[in-house]
Design a protein around this ligand. Structure first.
Ligand SMILES: [Zn+2]
Length: 433
């Protein structure tokens, strides 16, 4: 049998070394040392880390790469961002949204990011962004898995046409029910929106992913309703709460009651560290809250946590680059996740944990999984986060879809080495992860 591809001498995220990964018919057919056989293409990983692809389970592809349209966010604040999105929305065209999204997906693939869950604003009656992203989803399917969330950005009850538009979007093929309960007019409306939206998901057999409690208000407790509705409707494992930043500011006693409720409901948590650290705490003087949700405590309760990117060069955030290692790096710092075990978790939070959130089939490095891999210029997952390592090869279904040269600097220093490979600085002893 001639294989599609063999990646030789790979280090795996679980710490195994010297592994060969063989792919045939788009699937992984062997993971073992010293694999015999020929392949159309052979890549020598040279002991570097080979991982399943990165996943971003919280993004806004209808807004990405719109930075500067119709003007720049000069103050860098959320309020100017919201105003800007309001100015931009009426000017959007199907072609422009689709083109920016496709261009973003090119960047994502080059960064080994091969699955994205994007929210799409359904409050514009034209549903132009919905149709554009459904087109994009079909176009990118050979190289990137795209899930769409029907997101009532201006409020499910607060925006008059949102309820009807949400149903229309789901009819058109949008995959997931979204929401924004903390943005409704009252706490009561917020809780009502959670109930209504979960019922829609239950009726249609869909997943739920809500922007939930993206605020510093410790009394914003819609996650409690989201967990309760998940249990009531039997949606365990199909519901995600995005952001959950109010938990940062909650009373400890209340949080101690809430955490087991979230765990019991099997609700996934999706913090977005880059955005949470720049947008939360803005009303504080000093001390200034970080706003990241309680990642350590959630982990202790076995709650599945995935980090999302949220934004890339859009009205709310001028930076970003489809780099999920950058997201993990920020999450590690802001969450003070610095034990060896916790740093290792940060890599999972942009790979395997995210696959659980999205319900992806065939994700992973076991035999029978999809032949989707990233070869990184790093010795192990912690090093990959530390270096925000170069993606040397990105492989989709056994085919190389992106290659980046290793980041090697040439040095001109008397009596010193002639080149520097940042990955070669990895610690060589006592590597436990
Ligand atoms: Zn978001």
């Amino acid at each position: 049998m001639v294989l599609d591809l063999i990646v030789r001498n790979a280090g795996l995220p679980d710490g195994r070394e010297g592994q060969d990964i063989a792919i045939a018919g788009g699937k992984i057919v062997a993971v073992q040392p010293g694999m015999e056989g020929e392949a159309e293409r052979v890549i020598d990983a040279d002991g570097q880390l080979v991982s399943p692809p990165f996943i971003d389970c919280h993004f806004h592809m209808d807004a990405t790469l719109s930075l500067g349209l119709p003007r720049l966010n000069t103050s860098g604040t959320l309020l100017e961002g919201i105003a800007l999105w309001g100015e931009l929305k009426p000017l959007l065209t199907h072609e422009a949204v689709a083109e920016r999204a496709l261009r973003y997906c090119d960047l994502a693939v080059s960064q080994g990011l091969l699955a994205v869950r994007t929210h799409v604003d359904i409050c514009d009656d034209r549903l132009l962004a919905v149709e554009a992203l459904l087109d994009v989803k079909r176009k990118v399917a050979p190289y990137l898995d795209l899930q769409l969330v029907a997101f009532p950005q201006d409020g499910y009850f607060r925006s008059p046409a949102a309820a009807a538009n949400l149903e229309r979007s789901l009819d058109l093929g949008v995959d997931i029910v979204g929401g924004i309960p903390h943005f409704e007019r009252t706490m009561e409306d917020g809780a009502r929106s959670v109930r209504a939206l979960c019922e829609i998901a239950e009726k249609r057999g869909l997943m739920v992913d809500m922007h939930c409690d993206e605020t510093d208000d410790p009394l914003s407790r819609h996650i409690e309703t989201l967990a309760a509705e998940t249990v009531r409707l039997g949606l365990q494992g199909r519901v995600a709460g995005s952001h959950l930043t109010s938990m940062h500011s909650m009373d400890n006693y209340y949080a101690s009651k809430l955490l087991p409720l979230i765990a019991e409901a099997g609700v996934h948590a999706i913090p977005n560290p880059l955005i949470n650290i720049v947008l939360q705490g803005r009303h504080d003087t000093y001390p200034k809250r970080r706003g990241l949700t309680r990642v350590k405590e959630m982990r202790e309760f076995g709650i599945n946590i995935a980090f999302g990117q949220d934004c890339c060069m859009d009205p709310w955030y001028s930076l970003g680059g489809a780099d999920m290692l950058d997201v993990a790096h920020m999450g590690l710092h802001v969450g003070q996740l610095t034990s060896r075990e916790a740093m290792r978790f940060c890599f999972d939070a942009v790979t395997v944990n995210s696959a659980k959130v999205m319900g992806l089939h065939g994700y992973g490095l076991e035999v029978g999984c999809n032949g989707d891999l990233v070869v990184l210029q790093a010795r192990n997952p912690i090093e990959a986060v530390r270096l925000r390592a170069a993606r040397l090869f990105v492989i989709r279904r056994g085919k190389v879809v992106s290659e980046t040269p290793a980041r090697i600097a040439k040095l001109s220093l008397d009596g010193r080495p002639q080149s520097v490979d940042p990955a070669a600085y990895a610690p060589t002893e006592n590597l436990t992860y």
